[in-house]
Design a protein around this ligand. Structure first.
Ligand code: NDP
Ligand code: PYC
Length: 343
């Protein structure tokens, strides 16, 4: 019988890496996967924390990700850097491409990292936050698999298509937001299903296109884009830029390839990086200090910055450890003991 416990990020990373190594992921894949999952758990982003391990195992068991993939970096003298993920997870591909992206963005003012042929399960904020920590502003986006209806429609077409943005701040955490372009991430619906709770109104429709608050009916039907026609258009943009433009799968194509939404989708990802100093260089203004005026004005109204909750959760985890429930500990122990036989 497992008990609830508190662990450090390093301890949890070791545990999660060992699970991925046991089921056959090479060290190139296992380390970056574990780091992004532990970052989610540490920052209280439960929909992309240790809950994702089971999906990673299931995706491998169904043969839809390559555990031995070694991503390959392609750099020329242009602003476009490409990493071929080799049908492994996106995380190792990002870690390989990020230094080249940062170097090129600082040199040219802006640059793009294209990741092709990756399997994707993770939140995007760790990526844009890493680039902001290198002094860059960044955007990241990717399709997913068809699960969201366009505004006015009722059938799954778009993915939950996450979009993340970061802006560097001197001496403090960067400004970061990261969200699905559906009303909620699919992971949130799955967490409601597991907890036996109803969804808030307005998240989804059932297979007949009728509004539903039942997680099972929502997963069988279609989720809805955030902000009506606005979210629908942004989601379309992500399909175009991070699917069509980079020569990779769109969300309906990713669903065709997989045939299910129960495992992690295969597609590409687009990450853009900008040097704020380079853009403002001829205007004699310090863009980083001007940005601070904006952030102060937001906070001055009593509003909070995105990621403020997340950074507070991180500080708490760093001070007192990451709190795991007895069920979570039991599941980690099962995965560590049984590997792929646990699912
Ligand atoms: P949320 O709606 O929970 O939050 C999105 C963002 O908004 C966060 O940056 C959050 O900051 C911020 N925020 C929330 N409330 C406020 C507020 N009152 N004031 C200011 N900022 C606020 O995100 P989603 O459920 O849509 O997405 C969750 C995650 O799922 C994302 O990390 C995304 O990358 C991931 N995802 C991944 C997909 C994939 O295919 N790989 C697909 C879809 C989603 P804070 O964290 O501090 O609350
Ligand atoms: O939460 O919508 C989601 C999601 C899809 C793929 C990874 N996360």
């Amino acid at each position: 019988m497992s008990a609830a416990k508190s662990v450090t990020s390093a301890e949890l990373t070791e545990t999660v890496t060992a699970i991925f190594r046991k089921i056959g992921f090479n060290a190139t894949q296992a380390g970056p996967m574990a780091r992004v999952i532990v970052a989610g758990e540490r920052d209280a982003c439960k929909s992309h924390g240790i809950y994702r391990i089971e999906g990673c195992l299931r995706t491998l068991k169904m043969g839809k990700v390559r555990p031995d993939a070694q991503p390959v970096l392609h750099v020329d003298d242009s602003a476009i850097i490409r990493v071929d993920a080799g049908f492994g997870y996106a995380n190792a591909a990002f870690e390989l491409g990020a230094p080249a992206l940062a170097e090129r963005a600082k040199k040219l003012g802006l640059a793009a990292l294209l990741i092709n042929d990756c399997t994707h399960f993770s939140a995007l904020w760790p990526e844009v936050e890493a680039l902001a920590d290198m002094g860059l502003s960044a955007m990241a986006m990717c399709p997913s698999y068809a699960s969201v209806a366009p505004v006015g429609g009722s059938k799954p077409l778009f993915g939950t298509n996450p979009f993340a943005f970061a802006w560097p701040r001197a001496g403090q955490h960067p400004y970061v937001f990261d969200f699905a372009t559906s009303v909620a991430a699919r992971g949130e619906i799955e967490l409601h299903r597991r907890a036996g709770t109803r969804l808030p109104e307005g998240w989804a429709v059932d297979v007949d296109g009728k509004p539903t608050t039942d997680p099972d009916a929502a997963l069988a039907g279609a989720m809805l884009p955030f902000g009506g026609h606005k979210g629908s258009a942004i989601s379309t943009m992500i399909e175009l830029l991070a699917g069509v433009m980079i020569g990779d799968l769109t969300s309906p194509e990713a669903l065709d390839y997989l045939g299910t939404t129960s495992i992690a989708p295969r597609h590409g990802e687009l990450i853009l990086a900008f040097s704020p100093e380079r853009f403002a260089a001829t205007r004699g203004a310090n863009s980083l200090s001007r940005a601070e005026n904006l952030f102060e004005a937001i906070i001055g109204q009593g509003a909070r910055l995105p990621s403020q909750r997340r950074f507070a959760a991180r500080a708490q985890s760093e001070a007192t450890g990451i709190q795991l429930t007895a069920d979570e500990c039991a599941q980690l122990e099962r995965f560590a003991r049984l590997g792929l036989d646990a699912i």
